[in-house]
Design a protein around this ligand. Structure first.
Ligand SMILES: [Zn+2]
Length: 243
């Protein structure tokens, strides 16, 4: 082996290094084996080590912030999942809302403005306006989703309460309108099993509904049966009273 190389790589030989304290930068001597020494003096040692500690602290804090952010996002995703499930159970489309349904619901809110919840008439809404609620849940008799006789002003409490079934709601409706409503809804369901409203027809129906909304807003008293006839989606029957 070359004797010069062996001499140069001698780890115990003193060599010149630059102090790691940037404010200092002094060239100092140490042995190659003393890997841990990166400073020229005790003062510089303190500065270099403090800087390192600060760097590590910043890194730890960044990690902590990252973990917190991930936790927050996981909670948000879980909440969204819950919300989507809830919407699905209520029969509200996850991807888009039906503009015809929205218009009809708005008409219901106008028709029933100021009336108590049809399921819980004594329920105190504390000023929260009633929603348009389906008597027959859209899952069970989804063909009745556009029928005004099946949609009435309902408290948010009742509308979102999963424990209330269709039959309980129907009893509430019968108490308000009369027993005839049960037969009317039953027959309309049977005679309109399949309802087809193309997107073109939907736009036409929406125009009709908008006109009805405007008339009610102007103070005209319109019966539900009249409005259902005007919208013209369903074949109605003689049980459906004109009220
Ligand atoms: Zn130094």
């Amino acid at each position: 082996m070359n004797i010069t190389l062996l001499y140069q790589s001698d780890p115990f030989k003193l060599r010149k290094y630059t102090c790691k304290n940037k404010q200092c930068g002094i060239r100092y001597e140490k042995r190659m084996v003393d890997k841990n020494i990166e400073w020229c003096s005790d003062e510089c040692k303190k500065i270099v080590r403090d800087e390192k500690a600060e760097k590590l602290t910043r890194k730890a804090m960044r990690n902590l912030a990252k973990i917190k952010k991930e936790k927050r996002e996981a909670a948000k995703a879980k909440n969204k999942e819950k919300h989507d499930k809830w919407r699905e159970e209520l029969g509200i489309s996850k991807t888009k809302t039906d503009p015809l349904q929205n218009a009809i619901n708005e008409l219901v809110r106008e028709l029933d403005k100021g009336k108590p919840c049809y399921v819980f008439p004594a329920y105190n809404t504390n000023g929260v306006p009633n929603q348009a609620g389906h008597c027959y849940g859209r899952g069970a008799r989804s063909n009745l989703r556009y029928l005004l006789l099946n949609i009435h002003g309902e408290s948010v409490y009742s509308n979102h309460n999963q424990d209330i079934d269709d039959i309980f709601k129907l009893e509430g409706l019968a108490a308000r309108l009369g027993e005839w409503v049960k037969e009317a809804l039953r027959v309309i369901h049977i005679e309109n099993k399949v309802i087809k409203v193309s997107s073109h027809e939907k736009n036409e129906k929406i125009k009709i509904v908008r006109k009805l909304i405007n008339r009610v807003k102007k103070g005209e008293i319109l019966t539900r049966r009249y409005c259902d006839e005007q919208i013209g989606i369903y074949q109605l029957n003689e049980f459906y009273e004109n009220m």
